[in-house]
Design a protein around this ligand. Structure first.
Ligand code: ATP
Ligand code: MG
Length: 402
């Protein structure tokens, strides 16, 4: 059996406890008014005073269960002593009810299983059963009634407590199973990432490095200055792509080994470099920056870089011969990006335009929305195209920018 957790009463519990205490005070006063008073030296109200005090102790039941149990036990023993030694002192000689223990006894016993250990409860119940049923003076009136008022509530209370513990252990077990399931899924994902990293490393990196080598060789053997420059450009770009691939493979591997990490890890590049590159390959591009770039978080800066990068790549692929503008507006709430190009001045190279997977803009949208931003892309009047994004200053999650 699991170790039981302490019971914490909610506001509802406190409410009904107060109501029960008031109800029992009312009941005891009614019994006093309509029944007989006590007749001992302590006066006619001695019995009702004892009962009302015990009723009030009910308010402390959830906070001090042992104290209240002790008070009820003491009350029962006092009533028994009064009956045996000085009849009429604390219990009227002729009672309206057949109760020879405090009236709140059943309520207290019905709650104790969840408030105290079972052994103490059983001892307490045993003594109260004796007090209430009076086996030495068994009577058809008192004995069954006494048993009903003491043994029955304890039995019910123990039954419900056992049921509660069983349910809790079942729930704990279900939760544990779910956690294990989650861990297994996590491990499967890590494995997937590791395989992907291997694949990228073995296939893509291999081909790309061959291209870089060929371009290098072409640069060396060609007599034509223009070809040599282009070959050098290809070699440099290929080498940069290899660098980025290496980082990606590293991230995928690390992710597989060291838990959640995203592809956005790393330092952010400068959009100005992208703009310069774009201009140098025949798309005159103008950059305008407003505000202070220092205020945004690195994750947001990396996302911004990716947005500009993909938009400029698309322009080179799908709108050759156009001119472009890149606008970055930094403000307190984040960053607005707009990349726009005019109508294409030349037909797009089918090999280049058809080379993509068509997932560039969709991926960007996902990426932007993931960090709580908004993304839009589409043709504009005059035959051009526009990509814009509104990014927040910080990633709105606890771990996003840790
Ligand atoms: N600047 C642009 N001018 C004209 N059409 C564009 C421009 N940018 C995007 N498009 C159109 O939007 C489509 C989707 O672009 P997206 O970047 O998602 O895919 P892609 O560039 O074809 O492939 P990928 O980015 O996966 O290599 C493109 O196929 C193209 O038709
Ligand atoms: Mg694209």
């Amino acid at each position: 059996m699991e170790k039981s957790r302490p019971f914490r009463p909610g506001p509802g519990d406190t409410w009904w406890l107060t109501l029960a205490a008031l109800a029992f005070i009312g009941l005891d006063i009614a019994l006093y008014v309509f029944g007989e008073p006590t007749t001992g030296w302590a006066g006619p109200a001695a019995g009702v005073t004892l009962q009302v005090l015990l009723d009030l102790s009910l308010l402390l039941l959830f906070r001090f269960p042992r104290l209240v149990a002790g008070l009820v036990l003491a009350g029962a023993l006092l009533m028994l002593a009064s009956d045996l030694l000085s009849p009429g002192l604390l219990v009227p000689e002729r009672q309206l009810t057949l109760m020879t223990v405090p009236t709140i006894t059943p309520v207290v016993l019905s709650q104790l299983a969840r408030l105290m250990d079972r052994r103490t409860l059983l001892w307490l119940t045993a003594i109260l059963v004796l007090c209430a049923s009076r086996p030495w003076d068994a009577h058809w009136n008192t004995t069954p009634f006494g048993l009903l008022g003491t043994a029955l509530p304890t039995t019910i209370s123990l039954y419900f407590e056992a049921r509660r513990q069983l349910l809790r252990s079942l729930r704990d077990r279900a939760e544990r199973a779910e956690r294990e399931q989650h861990l297994l899924a996590e491990r499967a994902r890590a494995e997937e990432r590791r395989k992907l990293a291997e694949e990228m490393h073995d296939v893509v990196t291999h081909r790309l490095s061959l291209m870089v080598l060929h371009a290098g060789a072409l640069g060396v053997v060609s007599a034509d200055e223009a070809v040599r420059t282009s070959a050098e450009d290809i070699r440099r770009e290929g080498a940069l792509a290899l660098d980025e691939l290496r980082d990606l493979v590293g991230v995928l591997r690390d992710g597989a080994n060291a838990g959640p990490r995203t592809l956005t890890d790393g330092t952010a590049g400068d959009p100005a470099t992208l703009v310069a590159e774009s201009s140098s390959v025949g798309i005159p591009t103008e950059l305008t920056v407003h505000g202070d770039p220092g205020r945004i978080s690195p994750t947001i800066a990396r996302t911004a870089y990716r947005v500009v990068q993909e938009a400029l790549t698309n322009i080179r692929k799908h709108a050759p011969g156009s001119t472009a503008t890149v606008g970055l507006r930094y403000h307190a709430d984040g960053l607005d990006i707009a990349v726009e190009n005019t109508r294409a001045g030349a037909p797009a190279d089918p090999a280049l335009a058809g080379s993509g997977s068509g997932a560039g803009l969709a991926g960007l949208r996902q990426r932007v929305e993931l960090i709580g931003g908004r993304f839009g892309a589409g043709p504009i009047a005059g035959g051009g195209y526009r990509v814009d994004a509104i990014l927040p200053a910080y990633v709105p999650t606890a771990e996003g920018d840790a």
